[in-house]
Design a protein around this ligand. Sequence first.
Ligand code: ADP
Ligand code: MG
Length: 572
Amino acid sequence: MKQPNTDIRPYTRQFYKGDLIPFLLALLETLLGTLGALLISWLIQQLIDLIGGHDTACSLTQLTLISLLLIAGNAAAHLISYHSKPKFITRGISRYRSYVFSKLTKKNLSAFSGEGSSTYISALTNDIQAIEQGYLWDTFTILGNASTFLGAIVLMIWYSPLLTAIAIGLSLLPLIASILTGNKVASAEKTVSDRNDAYTSTLRDSLMGYSVIRSFKAEARMLRLFKDKVEELAKAQCRKQKMRILVQMYGSVAGITAQLGVFLAGAYLALSGQGVTAGTTMIFVQLMNYVLGPIGTIPGCLAERKAAKALIQKIADALETNVREETDATHMTLKRGITIDGLSFGYGPEKQVLRDIHCTFQLGKKYVIVGASGSGKSTLLGLLMATHDHYSGSIRYDDVELRQISSESLFDMTCVVQQDVFIFNASIRDNITMFTDFPDEEVERAITLSGLSDLIAQRGERYLCGENGCDLSGGEKQRVSIARSLLKRAQVLLVDEATAALDPQTAFQVSNAILDLDGPTRIVVTHSLDEKLLKRYDSILTLKNGQIIEQGRFEDLMEKKGYFYSLFTVSQ
Ligand code: ADP
Ligand code: MG
């Protein structure tokens, strides 16, 4: 389903949108820089020829005045840059960041969890730096260099077409060197970036898997792996630096050859009386800098710009795949319930995970889905949240097919309680309200119903939960998650093995708290078969190999002595 080569213009447009004036000012400064540089060369020629007693366009007084103007102009250009460039670039980058982030929120939930977040994290951190440099700063560098280059050539032709021809001939050498070596640096750069990825990923694994590594005494192996990655990275970096020096050497040797060559040629023309003055020779030596500089700089900048564009392309491609089609944005409230008819689904074409499911979840009732591990319970629950849309059959909220419901309505109606509850490093109240203002009595109610009253009485609402909730117990996190869904007044609560990691007593309490709630439809997936809890559900759905083979109340299913009966008795 990958669709490479997404149009990146909406992304690059973010850099310029609404900031035309700072952009034009930054451009103006770049051009003023060129003008200043050429003017200095001209001044040098005039002064030297004045000293040498040649006819010059201006007198010393006039040249002094022009010099003063030039100095003032230089300061003015920098002030323009001060007021425009950083503003233009940082605002553009911020808009780009926000745009990427807003696109991220349009992604299909499942696609996002399937892809992993590292692409997006690096897109919004490291890659941004490369884009800022390669796409924004370098654009001005390229424009500035190109205009100086062209200006220098024009000025050279005006002074002496013959010497210009010699200068251009001599410049071919550095040009060839620059083009030949530019790619080598780029490839060395790419290797460093790849090795850096590998290193970062090993580092992340070591930190995330810290406890597993320690408890399996795998430190030595991890260390070896880590050292390997560090060495590979160091090798790549060393190669890149060596490459840089080599490129510098080619550039510098070719550059000196060209510059001295022009000097000597100019001297020869001057001495042999071919209409070239000492001043003209000097200005050629000076202008050669403006020809050779861009030759050394522009190919590198273009390579960086290309790399930056590739990064923008990469994130655009990732963001434009698996986007949920938004059809209708009208708000929807559930009135009757959810009906599933003939639902079949497989993650890939080779294996059906759910087969011909028929069931109904009535508004406000309590359902539990049981079945062996891998029977498709989580998949079924996920499909109710539109994690995937390539299913056959139908899932209807009242009479509306799930595919026709906007994400916004869907997330209004439903709420998931998962095993891993994400807790922000903020106060417990903010974690419950998700930073939204709710009336105090509603927050109170949510706290009481989710069973958080004792905790709050002890520690207060302003109690800080710690990074990823490390200062809360597993049961407390679950209760925060339940409180969140209550405040949201979600009509459907989807609970997937939420209590699996809790001790039996806490798990029982949390499950009871969910069952005690008044109002939401509850669809709970569990593998812990507790009679007291099971008896409280309106219906038990038993899944086996992706099919619902039994459903009904606890007593009825036990009486039937079928699959549920055997699951239940085995588990006791
Ligand atoms: P349960 O929750 O009942 O343990 P799941 O719904 O998680 O079962 O999984 C049902 C089947 O689907 C399993 O065979 C599992 O390997 C497969 N499966 C689950 N998630 C994915 C996925 N993202 N991609 C491919 N296969 C998956
Ligand atoms: Mg599961």
